[in-house]
Write a protein that binds this ligand. Structure first.
Ligand SMILES: [Fe+2]
Length: 190
């Protein structure tokens, strides 16, 4: 059976609603909110003239922190909630793989960089170092090989670097509203 074509307004409205209602929540262990963090990541992507799909991925990469709204997890869940997968799964069917798979891989990219760049680990925030342990620690050699075989692994690494840098308390950024036209363009490309 064919999947119904998603209404682009529905998913953008859903995401806008999440940003509005939940975005002001603290970003666990960091000195800024989740919305500020994701907007800063998108701004960093734009500053490097990244393609729209990668800007969208940066903007939405942590949307999975709110995935419990969608009934994917039980209250018994603790520790790592796999926000990478839940965020990507929320977006699949609305956004192309260039967005969804970069969202899905942004934690793997941290594990990859920890295994392949000796200085990278020390650049991580304390919260990100802690979550690394819950996420499996640095990749093994076999995991690195598998990661290299993924078509989007380099984009995922780019996103990861913006993610790590997008933690500046008090930095002013563009609003979520201002990214709506970009999201609309990316959705239409499916
Ligand atoms: Fe993040």
């Amino acid at each position: 059976m064919n999947k119904p074509t998603p209404d682009p307004h529905d998913i953008i409205d859903l995401i806008a609603d999440i940003f509005e209602r939940r975005g002001a929540e603290a970003y666990a262990g960091e000195a800024l909110t989740v919305a500020e963090h994701m907007l800063q990541a998108a701004a960093l992507a734009q500053a490097e003239a990244a393609p729209d799909t990668l800007v969208a991925a940066a903007l939405l990469h942590d949307i999975g922190h709110f995935a419990s709204e969608f009934g994917e997890y039980s209250p018994e869940d603790t520790e790592d909630k796999h926000h990478d997968d839940s965020g990507a799964n929320l977006l699949v069917g609305h956004f192309p793989p260039a967005v969804t798979e970069c969202v899905r891989l942004h934690v793997a990219a941290k594990r990859y960089l920890c295994a392949t760049e000796s200085a990278y680990y020390d650049t991580l925030s304390a919260a990100s170092k802690h979550s690394l342990l819950l996420q499996g620690g640095p990749m093994s050699a076999a995991e690195i090989d598998a990661f290299h075989r993924l078509a989007l692994h380099q984009d995922a690494v780019r996103l990861r670097r913006w993610d790590d840098s997008a933690k500046v308390a008090g930095l002013r950024t563009a609003t979520f509203e201002s990214f709506k036209p970009l999201l609309q363009r990316v959705i239409v490309r499916i």
